[in-house]
Ligand binder design. Structure first.
Ligand code: FDA
Length: 398
């Protein structure tokens, strides 16, 4: 039996549910298809279970894309305040945690329940769990082959997200469909992901695992340069923490990152200046500014004795020590990959899409939204804001 709808949305995540609800409430007959058995799993696990659902300061400069202007239109037409209006309508409590990041007071489940209710309000039909086997176009309609039969629709919205966390059902379906219709896909790679080093290179630092401290970190060049002042966490395999997740989206394999472990403190200058009157040992002195375990571990890893007296060390050596702390240049060998990445960089090339409607200009009726598109936000609620805004843009255009 063929089932016919005005709109089929494939992927019932953040962007897909937003889009389906909006189109449904505008009177379209909408079907939402997802292969997962549990609804909104990425929303559920986000923000430590409380979903960092937007950021009050969300603006185009917080997004990476090979076409940075593309996201402006959707983001300006659906703002964090618009999402808050929706939340208030559903009486969902929220709070600001850090730098404009908004989280649910109760649970991420509240967001899923709200989106589900909005879809119900729009009379959206569900096919879930439902496997999608292919998409074809014939006689002015799209035909989706699924394990629940063929579903036909005048418009199709691809909202299957990126490749991050395959364990909970991430697939490359949107990219495959894009390529099938001759649309370009910008090469994908894991973003917002811990960075790793080969075991031998990391061995001197492996004992520092578990230590966290505020740092400044930078990577990339010119327009692709990133700079963040956030926490770093040492791990057994490398570095993580919000500052590293942020910079990982700007880091390209083979290149270096520069870290300042003591922002605002010129360590070499301080040590050299007060050297003659300083009777202290290096380890004790550094632990004024760094966690004690890090101070000692850092000195050992860089070939200094923690009990060396500062007064006995040549300026050149103190300068070298200061440089390791204020300008630590490291070349990660890789990342923890899609298994741990919060997002996928790259995706359907935005030059193929209308920024007003998210529709492929070459394939009328075929839209791409959310993380599947080559628009990737920083850590801090930006990725959900893109999901809502791009879902809304398509939902209003269908
Ligand atoms: P999303 O991934 O939400 O949904 C895609 C849907 O498509 C899924 O339901 C999936 O089952 C379905 N699907 C996939 N392949 C399919 C196929 N072949 N057939 C049928 N269905 C298919 N962002 C943020 O702003 N704040 C935060 O706090 C966090 N926290 C966070 C934590 C963790 C651990 C991760 C992994 C990610 C985050 N993110 C985040 C990122 C955020 O979750 C992500 O950017 C959005 O969920 C993207 O929304 P989409 O709707 O595009 O994809």
């Amino acid at each position: 039996m063929t089932q016919q709808f005005d709109v089929a949305v494939i992927g019932a995540g953040a962007a897909g549910m937003m889009c389906a609800a909006v189109a449904g409430q505008r009177g379209k007959r909408v079907v939402l298809i997802d292969h997962a058995s549990k609804l909104g799993e990425k929303i559920r696990i986000s923000g430590g279970g409380r979903c960092n659902f937007t950021n009050l300061g969300a603006a185009p400069q917080h997004f990476l894309s090979s076409n940075p202007h593309f996201c402006k239109s959707a983001l300006s037409r659906y703002t964090p305040q618009d999402f808050l209006t929706l939340l208030k309508r559903h009486r969902i409590g929220y709070h600001e945690k850090h730098k404009g990041q908004l989280f649910c007071d109760n649970s991420a489940e509240d967001i899923i329940t709200m989106l589900r209710a909005e879809c119900d309000l729009g009379g959206v039909s569900w096919r879930m769990p439902c496997r999608v086997d292919g998409l074809t176009q014939q006689d002015g309609l799209f035909h989706i082959a699924t394990d629940a039969g063929v579903i036909s629709a005048g418009s199709v919205v691809m909202a299957t997200g990126g490749l991050s966390i395959p364990k909970i059902g991430a697939t490359d379906l949107s990219y495959r469909i894009a390529r099938q219709f001759d649309l370009k896909v910008v090469e994908t790679r894991p973003g917002l992901v811990p960075l790793t080093f080969d075991a031998a290179g990391w061995q001197p630092f492996a004992d520092l695992a578990g230590i966290a401290l505020p740092v400044e970190v930078e990577a990339g060049e010119k327009k692709a340069r990133g700079f963040f002042a956030e926490d770093l966490l040492f791990t057994h395999r490398g570095i993580s923490g919000p500052g590293i997740l942020q910079i990982s989206s700007y880091w390209t394999p083979g290149s270096a990152l520069t870290l300042n472990l003591l922002p605002g403190i010129d360590i070499a200058g301080l040590l050299i200046e007060g050297k003659n009157s300083n009777k202290k040992q290096l380890g004790n002195t550094l632990s004024q500014w760094l966690p004690g375990r890090l101070a000692d571990g850092w000195l050992t890893a860089n070939g200094f004795a923690a009990d060396a007296r500062i007064a006995d060390l040549p300026d050149k050596q103190l300068q070298r020590l200061g440089d390791t702390l204020n300008r630590w240049s490291v070349k990660p060998s890789g990342s923890e990959g899609y298994r741990k990445a919060e997002v996928t960089l790259g995706g359907v090339d935005t030059r193929e899409l209308s920024q007003q409607t998210m529709m492929a200009t070459k394939v009328p009726g075929l839209h791409f939204i959310g993380e599947a598109v080559d628009v990737t936000g920083w850590l801090g609620g930006y990725n959900f804001q893109w999901a809502w805004a791009s879902g809304m843009a398509a939902g209003l255009a269908l």
